[in-house]
Design a protein around this ligand. Structure first.
Ligand SMILES: Nc1ncnc2c1ncn2[C@@H]1O[C@H](COP(=O)(O)OP(=O)(O)OP(=O)(O)O)[C@@H](O)[C@H]1O
Ligand SMILES: [Mg+2]
Length: 353
């Protein structure tokens, strides 16, 4: 099973600028989570804090039992081996070929033979659609290819935790779907814990088990995907729909006067940039046919059903609607989505855990 990451009361500032405060969340082992948030809200800073590249001011970040905020450099070096990271800019070595870039973690952290390294690197190149590009330098390939090479390198040690920062930026919509599929396939095979930062709403709606969002220096939400996807929070609705109408502005968040003035403009018919209302919970993408089911998905189902009575109604309905009749019986939830809440749910569900 992938490693668990427990973040408690994490706060990070640079000088007098607080990036985010009191962030608390758990990345459940082997589950796939996505973090959304407007540009500049500190998503990349958050990922870097998880691997101890940046030091938060307060709070804990416990990875597989080790607090990376306070542990020794030696422990941190060991903990980092659990991670595969795709940085936002790809962070490839410009003077090395793709082959050497991808082989780098294997040469640095393992004692594998060159034959073995060659086999693994070619497998990852194939996986990310880069077969044949192994001799190219990063400067000689497209932005999307660089991103995929960074991903190949992130996966090369078969990490227990995969962090990816905007894997889709620079990728066309088709390649983005292939990358989404790849994440779920890798997760099905490895049971690694995933955290994906993205602005891609399609990916956010169809890939993860859990969804969260940073805004105004706080974690607005983090939990089962159904919670964010059915949330009525204005900032969530605005973000999912890509509209100008709402609390997120071009630079900093808007004040209420600006918001009111803009609202009048949109009410008078000015296009707010949104196209169609993004509503509901689409089915989650699955691993490719022939692969085993994702162990993380099964664990998540048990976990979410235990949480059910504590979740907002719309999220409860979404979760119930996704269960098969057999699962409803197994979890002891026989309420039809949309009808009255189950008050016996908690008891009945805990029996199966
Ligand atoms: N090393 C640093 N020193 C000082 N400020 C920094 C540093 N790294 C990031 N910041 C600041 O922290 C804030 C958050 O940056 P971050 O890159 O995490 O945003 P983001 O949410 O990833 O945005 P985007 O969606 O555009 O990638 C920004 O204001 C940025 O200027
Ligand atoms: Mg970023």
């Amino acid at each position: 099973m992938g490693a668990e990451v427990v973040v408690e009361g994490l706060t990070k500032s640079f000088g007098r600028q607080t990036i985010w405060r009191d962030v608390t969340l758990t990345l459940p082992p082997g589950e796939v989570s996505v973090l959304l948030g407007p540009s500049g809200t500190g998503k990349s800073v958050f990922l870097k804090s998880l691997i101890g590249l940046l030091k938060p001011d307060r709070g804990r970040c416990v990875v597989d039992g080790v607090d990376v905020v306070t542990c020794s450099e030696h422990r941190l070096y060991e903990v980092r081996k659990l991670f595969g990271v795709l940085f936002q800019d790809g962070a490839l070595f410009g003077s090395m070929t793709l082959f050497d870039n991808i082989a780098f973690p294997l040469r640095e952290h393992t004692r594998k033979s060159e034959t073995e390294i060659r086999r693994i690197v070619h497998e990852k190149l194939e996986l990310t659609g880069l077969a044949g590009a192994d001799r190219k330098l990063p400067g000689e390939i497209s932005g999307g290819m660089r991103k995929r090479a960074g991903l190949a390198r992130a996966l090369v040690l078969d990490p227990q935790i995969v962090l990816v920062d905007e894997p889709d930026s620079g990728l066309d919509p088709v390649r983005t779907s292939y990358i989404s599929q790849l994440f779920l396939d890798v997760n099905a095979r490895s049971d690694a814990t995933f955290l994906i930062v993205t602005h891609n709403i399609n990916l956010a709606r169809t890939v993860p088990d859990n969804l969260g969002m940073l805004f105004r220096r706080e974690l607005v939400l983090f939990g089962p995907r159904e919670v964010l996807l059915t949330s009525e929070e204005p900032v969530v609705r605005q973000f999912l729909n890509g509209r100008m109408d709402g609390p997120i502005g071009m630079s900093e968040e808007k004040d209420s006067a600006t918001m009111a003035a803009e609202r009048a403009k949109f009410a008078a018919g000015h296009h707010d940039g949104g196209v169609e209302e993004v509503v509901g919970i689409p089915p989650q993408m699955q691993p490719a046919p022939g692969l085993p089911p994702r162990p993380g998905e099964a664990r998540r189902k048990d976990r979410v059903l235990r949480l059910l009575p504590t979740l907002p109604e719309a999220a409860q309905d979404g979760i119930l609607a996704s269960l098969t009749p057999e699962e409803r019986r197994r979890y002891g939830v026989d309420r039809v989505p949309g009808s009255d809440r189950v008050d016996h749910g908690r008891h009945r569900v805990e029996e199966v855990s």
